[in-house]
Design a protein around this ligand. Structure first.
Ligand SMILES: Nc1ncnc2c1ncn2[C@@H]1O[C@H](COP(=O)(O)OP(=O)(O)OP(=O)(O)O)[C@@H](O)[C@H]1O
Ligand SMILES: [Mg+2]
Length: 183
């Protein structure tokens, strides 16, 4: 079974491949309603209607090294298995948004995995891209915005080991505080 963090990594890789400079991830755990939403928005090159229809089809991919693309179809299948669904919106030249919602405590719901590690790795490997990560649990919220971090660190590159370590532990502590992404 694949962790949610790996699904998220896959979807954000699509945004990166689409040339996005800003990627926003919002995770919302609504424990009262037993509902989990995971949304990813990017300002990449987007898709036209035909490409969008094809995007949820595993036999369609614009990658050239292998004939099937699995990121999106696997995510859709997971959400549907957990009593929910995914809504894909995209505008060519503007960007793409993926909104998903499914049962938080569904027996087939994959564990979150190490969200702070996944996001730290994304920042480290894509220092020119800005990431916004919002994680809500009921009324509590954690937020990380690399644009704010860049303001504070000035000339120091965001991929500097000390900054990366700080980002990772800031996320770990922040998630702990709101009890987010626990399992
Ligand atoms: N955020 C996005 N912006 C623009 N196009 C996208 C986006 N997400 C998906 N696509 C398009 O949908 C296709 C299918 O995506 P999917 O993740 O399923 O497969 P893939 O990325 O091609 O291969 P894999 O994820 O298995 O490496 C992509 O090849 C791409 O053309
Ligand atoms: Mg992909």
């Amino acid at each position: 079974m694949q962790d949610l963090s790996l699904h998220i990594l896959d979807l954000i890789q699509n945004s990166i491949a689409a040339g996005a400079s800003l990627i926003k991830l919002t995770i919302y755990e609504d424990k009262e309603k037993n509902w989990l939403t995971i949304d990813i928005e990017d300002n990449g090159k987007g898709m036209d209607k035909i490409a969008m229809r094809r995007a949820a089809d595993p036999f369609y991919t614009t990658r050239s090294t292998r004939k099937v693309g699995l990121g999106l179809p696997l995510f859709v299948a997971m959400a549907q298995r957990c009593g929910g669904d995914v809504v894909l919106k995209s505008t060519k030249g503007k960007g793409t948004s993926i909104k998903s919602g499914f049962q938080l405590n569904h027996i087939d719901r994959p564990p979150f995995g190490k969200l702070e590690d996944t996001i730290t790795t994304l920042i480290l490997c894509n220092p020119d891209i800005d990431f916004v990560y919002i994680h809500k649990v009921n009324d509590d919220e954690f937020k990380l915005d690399t644009r704010d971090i860049r303001q504070i660190i000035g000339d120091i590159p965001i991929e500097h080991p000390e900054i990366i370590n700080w980002i990772q532990s800031y996320m770990k502590d922040g998630l702990n505080e709101i009890n987010g992404g626990v399992q």
